[in-house]
Design a protein around this ligand. Sequence first.
Ligand SMILES: Nc1ncnc2c1ncn2[C@@H]1O[C@H](COP(=O)(O)OP(=O)(O)OP(=O)(O)O)[C@@H](O)[C@H]1O
Length: 583
Amino acid sequence: MKRIVSALATIWRLASPYFRSEDKWAGGVLLATIVAIELVTVAIDVLINQWRNRFFNALQEYNWAAFVHEAIYFFIVGGIFIIIAVYQLYLNQWLQIRWRKWMTERYLGEWLDEATHYRMQLAGDVADNPDQRIAEDVRIFIEQFLTLGLGLLNSVVTLVSFVIILWGLSEAAPLHLFGLSFNIPGYLVWAALIYAIIGTLLTHLIGRPLIGLDFHQQRFEADFRFNLVRTRENSEQIALLKGGDAEHARLSERLGAIIRNWHAIMIRTKKVTAVTQSYGQAAQIFPYVMVAPAYFAHKTQLGGMMQAASAFLSVQGALSFFIGAYRQLAEWLAVIERLEGFERSMAAAHARRHGDIRLAPQAARDITLTDLDLDSPAGVRLVTAENLTLPARQSTLLTGPSGSGKSTLFRAIAGIWPFGRGTITLPAGTTLMALPQRPYFPIGTLAEAITYPILPDGFTRADLTAALADVGLPALAERLDENGHWNQMLSPGEQQRLALARALLHKPQVLLLDEATASLDEAGEANLYRLITSRLPETTIVSIGHRSTLHAFHPCHVAIVRDKGGAREGYVLAEQTRPAPAG
Ligand SMILES: Nc1ncnc2c1ncn2[C@@H]1O[C@H](COP(=O)(O)OP(=O)(O)OP(=O)(O)O)[C@@H](O)[C@H]1O
């Protein structure tokens, strides 16, 4: 019971925001119309049930006029049913896509806002497949919310309407056995209830393992898909290492898990289907068996028996809602759990935006680090900066052993590393750009790749062409409108040049270069450094690099060294050189 209440509360938490959103009117009207149509559908079922009585009596009495009248009645009611069924599905799909758009946009917004996606990954959160949550789970949640919700509504209203009818019919056709009439009030209702309870219990007992099997199936499928994507993304490495066979073996192993689980699902489904089919088939004859003695004892007419049988099937069908929806419900509950976990981990990642690292704006143009400790996600101290200034409009080179925390320091300055404490002051309203060794280019036109994260409209064609020429890629100017996966189509050196073209266009006030020219030869690297220092004189540049030749382009040098005197393991930032103040 507690689990049901908590599941209902979660469903409310996930579903209600849409009906309070800016789209609430459209969504509310669509939902109300769909619900109203569902109620009309049940009312039509009731009309058809009553019609059955009249129709079969007309047949039994060989009454042609009544037969024609009832046939016309059926065509009219049936016609109305068809029209509203068509529109109900249409409006249902319309609501699904509006709701899905709103919910997906909301998740995308929260997930991408202030690098929440990055921090969720850092924390190694349980919500490990955001793509599945955003793309698939949202769709299934909404689809099943409407399907199961309407199914439940239909069952409840059907149950109430037909229980009343069936109760009345139980009196009209009392239980008649061995020549005796038993006056059990509503005996057909009780019979339907017992029949449905036995069916539900049997289905649940036999079908229960399917919930776990379905859950595993989804995981194995996601795992297989993820590994296929990884193979595609790393195809060059795999080709170079001749890893085709190894990949094939790994993928086959994952496919094997899918197939093994599928076999278990098949065996279990066979058993469940045997039960549900027997149950469904027996339900076709069961009500006739119940009413037949009364019919043969002339206590009721054929019409009464047909109506009772149809009402019995409706009640029994409504009571068996859970049998029919068993697997859908199980799948839906798993989706709800995943979406809730996703929302929770987004909220947690958002809450620890900067951890205890304070990013303070200041009037001065320097970047200062005060009492700054940066930790690993596991809480191990990586690097400390007691009091360090990265001077404005200067270039500073940051060096240190591999794994000492250089890139982590960049992440902290860029405001995306939440583990640690201390203060980083940056010029107020500063624009910052960080370029890593392997830059990211979205799949799209080359122009979009260069100007990312803003659209190319912010620049003229001449700006883009000039930037490409400046970084030594003039030939690419002709391909600005070409669509492509630029991370796969350009060499690492070309990608680094392209990223620097991005910096030239954006002219950030702070430029962090994390081995951003490491794939170029020394001459090429020197040219690019000369270019950016001359083109971006107002920019504070901080570079990470291992080549000694870089010193020539960086008047300031900060080294990360082992913290010998410190009480704990880790590294400290030590200022090595800085130009003498002018004058
Ligand atoms: N997402 C992460 N999860 C766990 N540990 C991490 C993560 N990112 C960095 N670290 C750890 O933090 C330490 C510092 O990493 P960082 O990338 O800052 O080193 P680096 O000095 O830039 O190294 P390199 O010169 O090799 O690029 C490393 O030991 C690394 O394993």
